[in-house]
Design a binder for this molecule. Structure first.
Ligand code: SME
Length: 159
């Protein structure tokens, strides 16, 4: 069992490690935020088959839906509300194993079971979040948190 877990976590890390240079090449010298967010969402969805991958961007003190891949989603989220709003408010990555146990979780789809939200922080300010949803319980862990944080830290430097 422990061996299986190590193997699975290792495989996930390998996929992230291979994906990051691909995304960097894909972005190249493009600086348009919408274009880059759209391709990053598509690349993550394609590599892992996640249920929903997308960005919410801070506009007029709200999170507004940005480029995403997956089913239609809620368009606006208030600061502190749901997993995305709390990640924004705390400027922290949140990993939720079971969305039904997260107080105030915003259910854009009843099929979403677990979630990770990573803030996009530029010059100390949260400018948006990356939200990734799974249709299985407990999909995300510290491996996802580490690699998605690295991805987002880099992304804010190129947009
Ligand atoms: N579940 C999120 C809302 C966004 S959707 O999952 C795409 C939340 O609680 O913030």
């Amino acid at each position: 069992m422990a061996e299986d877990l190590v193997k699975i976590e290792g495989e996930k890390a390998i996929i992230y490690a291979g994906l990051f240079p691909q995304i960097q090449a894909l972005v190249g010298d493009e600086s348009d935020a919408v274009a880059n967010f759209a391709n990053v969402a598509a690349a993550l969805k394609e590599a892992f088959g996640f249920f929903w991958v997308g960005f919410y961007l801070v506009k007029n003190d709200e999170l507004v839906l940005g480029p995403f891949q997956g089913p239609v989603a809620c368009t606006r989220i208030q600061r502190g509300r749901g997993v995305c709003g709390e990640s924004w408010d705390k400027a922290e990555t949140l990993v939720v194993d079971d969305v039904e146990t997260f107080p105030g979780h915003i259910a854009c789809s009843s099929l979403s079971k677990s979630e990770i939200v990573v803030p996009l922080i530029r010059n100390g300010e949260v400018i948006g979040v990356l939200d990734v949803d799974s249709d299985e319980i407990a999909t995300f862990d510290e491996v996802d948190a580490l690699h998605l944080n690295q991805l987002c830290s880099w992304l804010v430097t190129v947009i």
